[in-house]
Design a protein around this ligand. Structure first.
Ligand SMILES: [Zn+2]
Ligand SMILES: [Zn+2]
Length: 110
């Protein structure tokens, strides 16, 4: 029998396979270990990500709305067909509303 128990040599017992993830960071913290650099970096990055996500809870308007059309224009992005169609449709509704308003309140027409 050549099957001898091979002891896996570990350079650092506090380093795990998933070091460099936030989960590993919290495991270090729970064990009152000093987290290694990859774990600290992962934790800092996750904390930063959480901060920016909670700081800007705005949701991007989906394509196919005039809001998304405005976003494309604002970011100088190419406007896709769905957004162009929505914009045309909304413009028509706006024009119609303006015409109606002008008919009811002629003096408000600028
Ligand atoms: Zn670690
Ligand atoms: Zn779009």
């Amino acid at each position: 029998m050549t099957d001898t128990q091979t002891e896996q040599p570990r350079a650092d017992p506090t380093v795990f396979e998933d070091c460099g993830t936030e989960r590993a960071y919290w495991r270090h913290a729970k064990r009152r270990e000093r987290a290694d650099k990859p774990c600290r970096d992962a934790h800092a990055k996750a904390a930063q990500k959480r901060r920016t996500e909670t700081a800007t809870p705005r949701v991007l308007p989906p394509c196919g709305t005039s809001a998304a059309y405005a976003r494309h224009v604002y970011h100088r992005e190419p406007v896709d067909l769905a957004c162009r169609t929505a914009r045309t449709r909304d413009n028509r509704i706006l024009d119609e509303a303006r015409r109606l308003a002008a008919a009811i309140f002629p003096e408000s027409e600028a």
